[in-house]
Ligand binder design. Structure first.
Ligand code: 4NP
Length: 172
């Protein structure tokens, strides 16, 4: 009971510090909607932390394409430019290149995990919304067949999670 009366204790348990996270990859299905938005949101939130961000899709349908115009517009409305990004397919080599791989939904999580060559690689894979899991949010819904409001929702979820990820990366 006392845990709930002491907010700093809750934060301590919810946000354990992470060690040596420098390169972060964000993964969704097509790499034209959610993951380029997540990449842009994280890069913006982590300014000054000396970290690198990238994104990829579990499928290669859109390889080489710029992000969806609705994703670009939504991010632009929030002062973040992602128009220059180009989609690429996730590869097993990404387990070597990145310290942390953040997936947008459960299917992305399973698709990435199944490609992991060992336990160390499996440990790098986490849901992008993991810091929000206590609030019940665990997936970023795919906005591809939706409308601009669905992209706004992606931005909102990513921004909330990004702020909490950055809390964990600060001071590492
Ligand atoms: P994303 O959205 O995974 O957030 O980039 C999608 C983009 C394209 C398709 C599906 C989802 N597609 O089927 O082409």
């Amino acid at each position: 009971m006392w845990v709930w009366e002491e907010p700093s204790t809750i934060v301590f348990f919810a946000l354990p510090p992470m060690d040596n996270i420098k390169r972060v990859l964000v993964v969704c299905l097509g790499n034209i909607c959610r993951s380029p938005m997540g990449e842009g949101v994280l890069r913006n939130a982590a300014k000054g932390l000396n970290m690198d961000f990238d994104s990829a899709g579990t499928q290669g349908y859109h390889t080489g394409d710029a992000p969806d115009p609705r994703a670009v517009q939504c991010m632009k409305d929030h002062g973040i430019d992602i128009a220059h990004l180009a989609a690429r397919k996730f590869s097993a080599r990404d387990f070597e290149s990145f310290d942390l791989i953040l997936t947008m939904d459960g299917q992305n999580f399973r698709d990435v995990l199944i490609m992991a060559p060992n336990e160390a690689s499996r440990k790098k894979v986490k849901p992008f919304l993991e810091p929000l899991s206590m609030s019940g949010a665990n997936e970023v819904p795919d906005p591809y067949y939706g409308n601009q409001r669905d992209f706004d929702r992606v931005f909102e979820l990513c921004s909330q999670a990004a702020a909490l990820w950055c809390e964990q990366w600060k001071g590492q």
